[in-house]
Design a protein around this ligand. Structure first.
Ligand SMILES: NC(=O)c1ccc[n+]([C@@H]2O[C@H](COP(=O)([O-])OP(=O)(O)OC[C@H]3O[C@@H](n4cnc5c(N)ncnc54)[C@H](O)[C@@H]3O)[C@@H](O)[C@H]2O)c1
Length: 300
């Protein structure tokens, strides 16, 4: 029950759903938790911060330590206030879980500019701003106090972002970008600052999935047996990644659903053709492409 004793964790969008489950589980394992949530409506409209306060109350009643923060994670100043709140309350930050999210599903031909911008903002910018704020703190900390650290970033991608999903061009594009962002964080922060960076694509029954007519039946609670889509099934893996000394290689991406964790294999270069020290002609390409795609097979 004390895997995360003395660690400070920020969880964004932790007033509900998956983030709430992570925050409660982190606190049970001894972490001091900053529960961020702007208390937004399903489509990202501002609320009253109540869900974050409720989670903090639940953690404290169980004997844990937590504070609430109601900032918008996609707001530059707000994200800096969030990290500062952790430093003021607990003196440091060891773990940032970027989880806050919204949906505005619509087929591409009907999607509005606002629907595109809102989703890309909350997810992609909402990952960048808190990460940027905490990374600046980690760099300053490393300068003041060189030595091994074990800081952790856990970002939230999704199966739509990794494999595509009709009606979610905004969401899938942002989530795909987040998987790449996780790898970028690994490249820039792992060796230099000792930060491990991961992305997970969860599946769970939350307000988000229950709002989607396509998903609501699929994630329903069964009358008996293992409740595959309970958000609490995702938390152990997230808490394990966040724990000090966890050996999961930095820069990796996972799907986490029910009782299953899958490593997602990254983009790789496939078969190739070469023109031979000269620029391709269109006629040569006419000739060569069947060979290229023949080699690539189903992977193309
Ligand atoms: N539930 C799933 O099956 C599933 C699948 C794939 C990915 N995800 C991702 O998991 C994350 C959590 O989703 P969930 O299903 O728990 O949804 P949820 O709606 O239950 O919780 C998301 C929380 O984020 C908060 N939030 C939204 N915008 C915010 C902002 N700008 N700043 C601060 N807080 C904000 C909301 O108020 C809400 O409480 C999201 O990133 C989502 O895209 C979920």
């Amino acid at each position: 029950m004390s895997r995360l004793r003395d660690r400070v964790a920020i969880v964004t969008g932790a007033g509900r759903g998956l983030g709430r489950s992570y925050a409660l589980r982190l606190a049970r394992e001894g972490a001091k938790v900053v529960v961020n949530d702007l208390g937004g409506g399903l489509h990202g409209e501002r609320g009253d911060g109540t869900p974050a306060d409720d989670v903090v109350r639940e953690i404290r009643e169980a004997g844990g330590q937590a504070i609430a923060n109601g900032d918008d994670v996609a707001d530059w100043e707000g994200a800096h206030r969030l990290v500062q709140a952790a430093l003021d309350a607990f003196g440091d930050v060891d773990v940032l879980i970027n989880n806050a999210g919204i949906l505005r599903d619509r087929m591409l031909v009907n999607m509005t500019e606002q629907e595109w911008d809102d989703v890309v903002r909350v997810h992609l910018r909402g990952h960048f701003c808190p990460t940027r704020a905490v990374a600046a703190h980690w760099r300053a900390r490393a300068k003041e106090n060189p030595g091994p650290r074990d800081a952790v970033l856990i970002h939230t991608t999704s199966i739509s972002g990794l494999f595509g999903s009709p009606g979610q061009a905004n969401y899938a594009s942002a989530k795909s970008g987040i998987a790449t962002f996780a790898y970028e964080c690994h490249l820039e922060l792992n060796e230099r600052l000792g930060v491990r960076s991961y992305a997970i694509g969860p599946s769970a029954r939350t307000r988000l999935t229950e709002s989607s007519p396509a998903a609501v039946e699929a994630v329903a609670k069964p009358e008996a047996g293992f409740d595959f889509f309970d958000p609490d099934n995702v938390s152990p893996f997230v808490v394990w990644l966040a724990s000090a000394g966890c050996g999961a290689p930095s820069g990796t991406v996972y799907t986490v659903e029910g009782d299953e964790v899958t490593v997602v294999q990254p983009w790789t270069r496939g078969p190739r053709i070469k023109a031979g020290d000269s620029r391709w002609t269109l006629e040569q390409l006419d000739q060569a492409w069947p060979e290229l795609f023949g080699q690539a097979g189903a992977h193309a």
